[in-house]
Write a protein that binds this ligand. Structure first.
Ligand code: GLA
Length: 708
């Protein structure tokens, strides 16, 4: 292969890179039927008048020193010197599906190693840079970003905003002039700005338009930006955000960006999501022993801090009766933890609450055929704890300042070796003395003045968090971990490499969950999304929903229930049992198939589904979010089917569908497919569609398609 022009290729995507004299991405888009390296000459740009006299490439490093006036890929200096480096390629290493480009600035004595991999099947591009200081004088690194050029027709961006109880809300921005930035300094991926952008053709949608997705696999501070240069070219940048003074590279030391995961699709957002989902399933997600995702019961909203072993055993018995497969004791089991103002840090069993220890409960849970899990929040410390009284200096802080608490707690300094060892020892006690198969790992506050030995250390804190998870995974490979941070505050591919599940949100309101889960589905497959049936009256919103709407809303993900089944009435218990059973029946399809979100002309209806890999069966959910815009719901045109196949269309679950005669308020006559079984061609279902019933707001139904 020509080492100047390198082509990385997959089933649907091509990436063309020029490596000499500097590295730049020339093309990232649909797979080319024919390509020869000479073709790239067609891209040679003119030089505009009134500007620098040379053409400026969008290099990997986006050097300011080259005359790039936009956001550079590298910023830093050595006491003011070597502050505008320019990199020249010194080595290109090509392997199947991967290229590593080494480049150097000899004057600044800096080396940049850029690794790119394009997954042959899914087309997901992984890219990261490593900057190494070869000089005896330290180099202070301010920024190190991965920059990806996108074509001029990428004129619109979709990003995500959110907050506690309201994660993954997409919003759109026009990319016309200047930049669009999202940053998190909260010390985690954050509820506020999930670290990802999608850019694409004007008006790109679920099923239409070219889109380029970019995600930073990092659980700490981050910055993402999309920029339109004054010459009209566009780039997307993703980086770990460094606080002042955080990164100083001594001689021979280096710093790497987190991996950036990028995916291109010609067929709208579905194509992008499907590439990411397939990539994660194949390369990143590691379930212990390849088991199916067990249905959970989590005690939090059922009993909060009110722990009584006899009662918890009653809950476990009821849970097993309705089909639960894993029972998790949430917050409240350790010393002094009677409310959220004390106890964090004291990872010893509360012997007043549990005089016999945890074992009788665990044995009871196991005797019922369920596995056992438990909640921890290792990175935190309450001022009201023995640990704090003994080691006030273990807090991640800048001495001399008084930082605010968050949920009455501070953060522990994981860079302090004694802190790290203490947490590892206490977690190892928990996991080796008890047959625990699952931990829910929480993180309920943000980092403020995150100081270690007087310097800011948020980035190092995230690295230590990963190291702690890595060491626990090494010691206890059978234990699965859920990443939770007040719900969805720490969701990204960096932590997913080390965990198996996300607690998507503390909001179990089914209507809110429809939006949150859809937002998360752009980047994550259903089997890692913790989705629980909550109380009839949701604790977060006080809204009431039927068991039907709650059950269907939790159905597709890693399902669970979040309430006290002992207090539930027969109707509710019947509902939990029904939806757990339905989930178990559909689980192999839901957790192994291809996810589709359907473009609906009426946005009060949300339709999404999963089609099996062989396209012979599918299940789609129609959720009526609000009052319909029109008096009819129109048709759904199902994507992803085999055009030539015949499908039997059936109603798998319709908890609330009622005609006026039956006491409903929205529909006099049902559509005919709801009155008699129907077999229709795949092509017809994809092109013409299926007439939807008129549902009441905040209700849902499930449609099954099966090839006959
Ligand atoms: C956080 C989590 C909840 C629960 C509580 C316990 O808020 O998101 O699910 O575990 O902590 O304190």
């Amino acid at each position: 292969m020509n080492s100047e022009i390198v082509r990385l290729t997959s089933t649907d995507t091509d990436l063309i890179i020029r490596c000499h004299p500097f590295a730049e991405i020339l093309y990232w888009g649909p797979k080319l039927v024919r390509f020869s390296p000479e073709d790239v000459a067609s891209l040679q740009r003119p030089v505009a008048n009134g500007k620098l006299d040379v053409d400026l490439p969008l290099t990997f490093a986006m050097e300011y020193g080259r005359g790039q006036f936009g956001s550079p890929g590298i910023e830093g200096h050595s006491d003011g010197y070597h502050a505008a480096p320019v990199f020249t390629t010194t080595k290109v290493d090509i392997k199947p599906g991967a290229v590593t480009v080494t480049s150097e600035d000899e004057l600044a004595a800096l080396q940049l190693i850029s690794e790119l991999r394009l997954d042959a099947q899914t087309g997901v591009l992984q890219i990261r840079h490593t900057l190494k200081n070869l000089h005896h004088r330290p180099w202070q690194l301010h920024r190190l970003a991965v920059t990806l050029p996108v074509p001029e027709h990428a004129v619109e961006a979709m990003a995500f905003h959110g907050r506690w109880l309201r994660e993954f809300q997409p919003h759109r921005v026009r990319l016309e002039h200047g930049g669009f930035i999202q940053e998190s300094r909260r010390g985690r991926s954050s509820h506020e700005y999930f670290p990802a952008f999608v850019v694409g053709d004007a008006g790109f949608s679920e099923q239409r338009g070219a889109v380029w997705g970019v995600h930073l696999g990092w659980s700490g501070n981050h910055r993402l930006r999309a920029d339109v240069k004054t010459d009209g070219r566009r780039v997307v940048q993703a980086e770990a955000l460094y606080l002042p003074g955080e990164i100083s590279l001594g001689e021979g030391e280096s710093c790497s960006t987190p991996w950036v995961y990028a995916a291109f699709s010609q067929a709208g957002l579905n194509g992008m999501s499907q590439a990411y989902h397939a990539f994660l399933r194949q390369s990143l997600i590691r379930f212990s022993a390849k088991q199916t995702r067990p249905v959970h019961l989590n005690t939090w909203e059922g009993i909060y801090f009110d722990h009584d072993p006899a009662y918890i055993m009653q809950m476990a018995s009821k849970a097993a009766e309705i089909g639960v497969e894993r029972f998790i004791i949430d917050d409240g089991w350790f010393r002094g933890r009677n409310h959220d103002q004390a106890g964090l840090g004291d990872w010893y069993l509360d012997e007043q609450k549990y005089p016999e220890g945890l074992m009788p409960i665990i044995e009871h849970v196991k005797s019922l055929g369920m596995s056992f899990g438990i909640w921890v929040e290792p990175e935190m410390i309450n001022p009201d704890s023995d640990l704090f009284r003994l080691h006030p200096d273990w807090v991640l802080q800048l001495p001399g300042y008084q930082q605010p608490t968050g949920r009455y707690q501070y953060v522990l300094d994981l860079n302090h070796p004694d802190v790290f060892d203490y947490l590892l020892a206490r977690l190892s006690w928990l996991l080796s003395e008890h047959p625990v198969e699952y931990i829910k790992w929480d993180m309920n506050r943000e980092l403020v003045q995150p100081g270690h030995q007087g310097k800011l250390a948020a980035d190092a804190q995230t690295h230590q968090f990963y190291r702690l998870l890595d060491e626990l995974n090494r010691r206890f490979p059978h234990v699965e971990i859920e990443s939770c941070a007040s719900g969805g505050g720490r969701i990204d591919y960096g932590v997913l490499e080390r965990t198996q599940r996300f607690w998507v949100s503390d909001n179990n309101d089914a209507l809110e969950r429809q939006a949150i889960q859809r937002g998360m589905s752009y980047f994550f497959p259903p089997e890692v999304m913790g989705q629980h049936i909550g109380h009839r009256r949701c604790h977060a919103t006080q809204r009431q929903h039927s068991i039907g709407f709650r059950g269907l809303t939790a159905l597709f993900g890693h399902m669970g229930i979040e309430l006290d089944p002992v207090q539930s009435d027969e109707e509710e218990l019947h509902g939990y049992r029904h939806y757990i059973q339905l989930h178990k029946t559909l689980r192999p399809l839901l957790h192994g198939g291809t996810t589709w979100r359907v473009d609906m002309p009426d946005d009060t209806i949300q339709v999404s589904g999963v089609v099996s890999q062989d396209q012979t069966c599918a299940v789609f959910m129609m959720a009526q979010l609000q009052m319909l815009n029109y008096s009819l719901a129109g048709k759904v045109r199902f994507p992803g089917l085999l055009p030539e196949a015949q499908y039997e269309v059936s109603l798998l679950d319709s908890p609330e569908i009622k005609t006026v005669r039956e006491g409903g308020g929205t529909m006099r006559e049902l559509p005919s497919w709801l009155r008699q079984p129907m077999v229709v061609s795949g092509d017809w279902l994809m092109q013409a569609g299926l007439a939807l019933p008129v549902l009441a707001p905040e209700s849902a139904l499930l449609i099954g398609l099966k090839q006959v």
